[in-house]
Design a protein around this ligand. Structure first.
Ligand code: AMP
Length: 471
């Protein structure tokens, strides 16, 4: 089977971007989405409002390949939202590409979602029994239906600005019904709305440029891309409305006393040049490596990162231990992330396509190999085989996060529990399987401590513990 033919059910990861008040809205969204490409490589979409109507363009593939200049020229308007996806819950097919655009009795809106609604099936079944017709298999569509179906009967004890009285009660009512992870951008003819679920699982940041345009993005690296300044995070549970009369913030579901921000964003997913959850990914990822060195000091000659995502932990380990960091593996950047290939046989091959050892660095050396996470164990086994072939004397494999034992249900692409190597094997069994002298995982406390500080607390660690904050 060729990769292109594979259309299976997969969980996913996404990136979202929005802009308000800029005549180049579609082009800036394109650039912002390009900066968020690591969050989803399967498809891209941009919706733009010219204040009368909303137009949308969607395509499969990477941002720069999928959208042409003419597409962007056709998307005229000064408010836009965009989306890059791997595949969210829902099949990888063109109907599932976001933003979804809807026309209903109160006008039109488009929606982009990062996260995963855990009670989507339940809601969908109920709505279908009542006659609703769904157009996609995506969990996001339940939001659309709930908004369109809600009536202004719901009482929210909130004083709404007059521009917000029509639409926001519908959105609030939808929020009351859905459970799970959602960072959302909603585009209306004259408004841009940002929403973050009360647990704050997935990131969403707010920025502004010198000309006064407002931006929203999954990560601040996308704000850098369009030369906007990071202002703040959208808060867990916040609904932020942006229109000609300014910015207005509401908390329709009240505050949850403890946010559950996804710590895996810091471990692996977010770009290291981003600020998310109010803090620098770069610093935290490096601190995880330092912590690893404190927990597991090893007498060795060289620290080798599994590029790219293992680099900062390796740097932290090297700084803390004094053992030199060397690029003992070189990465070929002209292929996607190996984990993302859907077929096992292709996944195996693509590890070789991605990384090649540097014999001069490895030969005769006691190597500390560092990666950010071990999921199926496929990558590690292949890499270790390559390092042995290149003459490594010893291989000590350190992971800058604890064993992943449970699938993420909040929007990170993880395989089923059975496929997660640490859910069925002990650390010693995994060490044997991979074929290394030492295998050590950063402790849960060590990982959380690395990310914790005065402004940053309350993480979701469900993939490492199996304790899901909301189901
Ligand atoms: P595996 O071979 O399945 O153990 O995958 C581990 C490798 O995949 C590590 O190098 C991680 O950096 C990377 N990784 C971890 N989580 C993900 C994910 N959700 N999507 C893609 N790659 C991942």
């Amino acid at each position: 089977m060729v990769i292109e033919d594979f259309k299976g059910d997969k969980e996913t990861m996404c990136g979202i971007f929005g802009v308000f008040n800029n005549n180049n809205a579609s082009k800036l969204t394109y650039l912002g989405l390009h900066a968020l490409q690591h969050r989803g490589q399967e498809a891209v979409g941009i919706a733009v409002s010219n204040r009368y109507e909303i137009n949308v363009k969607k395509a499969e593939g990477l941002v720069m390949q999928a959208l042409k200049e003419q597409d962007l020229n056709n998307l005229k308007g000064d408010i836009a939202i965009g989306h890059v996806r791997y595949s969210t819950s829902g099949k990888a097919n063109p109907q599932n590409i976001q933003p979804f655009i809807t026309h209903f009795y109160k006008g039109s809106f488009a929606i982009s979602h990062n996260g995963n609604i855990v009670n989507a099936n339940e809601i969908r079944e109920k709505l279908e029994k009542e006659g609703a017709i769904f157009h996609t298999t995506s969990d996001t569509e339940v939001f659309v239906h709930l908004i369109a179906k809600a009536r202004n009967t719901e009482e929210f004890d909130i004083n709404l600005h007059q521009n917000d009285r029509e639409f926001l009660p519908l959105l609030f009512s939808a929020m009351k019904n859905v459970k799970g992870a959602y960072s959302l951008l909603i585009l209306r003819e004259n408004q841009l709305i940002a929403v973050r679920d009360p647990y704050g699982f997935r990131p969403l940041v707010l920025g502004k440029n010198k000309q006064g345009s407002i931006f929203l993005a999954s990560e601040s690296c996308a704000l850098d891309m369009v030369e906007a300044e990071y202002l703040r995070d959208i808060k867990p549970g916040e609904v932020l409305v942006i229109d000609g009369e300014g910015l207005r913030s509401y908390f329709p579901l009240g505050f949850v006393d403890k946010a559950h921000k996804c710590i895996f964003e810091y471990v692996y997913f977010a770009r290291p040049d981003s600020i998310i959850f109010k803090d620098y990914v770069y610093e935290i990822r490096k601190e995880m490596g330092r912590q690893l060195a404190k927990e597991k000091p090893i007498d060795a000659d060289v620290v080798v990162p599994v590029l790219d995502s293992g680099f900062l932990a390796a740097k932290g380990y090297s700084e803390e231990s004094g053992i030199p960091l060397e690029f003992g593996l070189i990465r070929n950047h002209y292929i996607g992330r190996s984990f993302i290939q859907p077929l096992q046989e292709i996944r195996d091959l693509s590890v070789k396509l991605k990384l090649n050892p540097v014999r001069q660095v490895i030969e005769g050396k006691r190597v500390i190999l560092i990666d950010d996470s071990l999921v199926r164990g496929t990558t590690a086994k292949k890499i270790v085989g390559m390092l042995k072939k290149a003459g490594a004397k010893e291989i000590h494999f350190l992971i800058s996060s604890p064993p992943v034992i449970s699938p993420c249900v909040y929007g990170i692409d993880t395989p089923t529990k059975e496929e997660l190597i640490a859910s069925t094997k002990s650390v010693e069994e995994i060490r044997n399987y991979i074929g290394v002298d030492t295998l050590y995982y950063l402790s849960l406390d060590g990982m959380v401590k690395s990310a914790l500080n005065k402004k940053n607390k309350g993480f979701c660690v469900a993939c490492f513990t199996g304790n899901y904050p909301v189901l």
